[in-house]
Write a protein that binds this ligand. Sequence first.
Ligand code: UD1
Length: 417
Amino acid sequence: MKKLIINGGKELTGTIKIGGAKNSVVALLPAAILSDGKCKIYNVPNISDVHKLNEMLRLLGSNVEYKNDEILIDNKNVKNREITKEYASTIRASYYFMGALLSKYHKAKISYPGGCVIGSRPIDLHISAFEKMGAKVSIKDTTYTLTAEKLHGADIYLDFASVGATINIMLAAVLADGTTHIWNAAKEPEIVNVASFLNSMGAKISGVGTSAITIEGVKKLNDGIVEVIPDRIETGTYLMIGILLGKNLVIDGIIKEHLEAVITKLRETGAEFFIKNSKIYVSKTKKLNGVNVKTLVYPGFPTDLGQPMSTLLTQCKGESLFEETIYENRMRHIKHLNSMGAKILQFEKKAIIKGKTDLAGRNVIATDLRAGAAMMVAGMIAKGTTTITNIEHILRGYENIVDKLSNVGADIKIVDE
Ligand code: UD1
């Protein structure tokens, strides 16, 4: 079992380079299976989800070469095969193979996806959209079988602007007969990234980045190429760490427009940082003030940064209200923050955070990926040693985290027990 050990309070100086976005690459890899030729994916982050998806591509017969931060995929020998529980249950994004295989082969057999336990995470919107496009879906034990004699375009309205459903519908629709419209589509930048990859293969997708997406089905998809966008959640996490501990810290390789809500909220606390082109320059802000933060779909404040933000709010003077609106269960880190000295009163999906409180190192648990990030930020600012267990979660989403942070002066290491 791996543990993260942090000796807190160290000043951070130097440059942190941002990697490719987890939530993009986990959709780009399954999307690659749609190509009848070869695909190149640049700026791939070195996270465990990527390794797991590569295994699923290899299971389907793709030749996958992963060197440095590039992946080359050759689909010459690809066949439709079942993605069994041992593969699918390891990560959430395995569900993108449903849309992709249904599109290409009119049949997909795949076990239920895994992922962080942050509340019930149904995929009913994905399934009902596939059914509207002509698929029949059956579930036996934990395995979904999707078949379609003919997959056709459809008008699909999403009751919730789900990232996963929007991408999965695009994957299914690119090779369907006719035109598909997605209304109330999710607008996250990762969706735009996936659409540009599919369009590079010859797909006809327009409207991405808005709530109305149109996909005109084509007969075949060819070679594809894409660069993974920078990870806005990794950027936001390091920016928060910089506000708390930076001394001329530079966060390099960002897209500011993807982070407007986060930047604006952080500035509202009084945090000072400077952005020029693709770099953020940040030093510790001594006095921060409490603010209210409510997570929302893009372009709102991202749910994936809500938990690290709650740690930052413990260092803000006064009362802050932190509210999670996307998931049921994103407050499991609160009791661990309180054990370190925070004063947080939680009621269901809302938390009142009273600051500023000094934090002390403790033994805590990464209950999910972003809760792990919240504990990591807490450990970095706490006095003494913090030990975080269950860090497999953190490693799924933050590439080379120990190297990136120790290179700028953090005292952080992973021990294997
Ligand atoms: C993706 C991200 C995740 C992020 C989330 C919201 C990936 C792999 N993960 O997750 O990091 O936190 O977007 O930005 O990209 N829902 C339904 N039925 C469905 C689908 C979703 O009820 O069929 C609900 C979910 O239970 C949840 C909400 O919609 O409450 C958000 O889900 P969704 O946007 O689909 O998130 P994911 O794609 O799972």
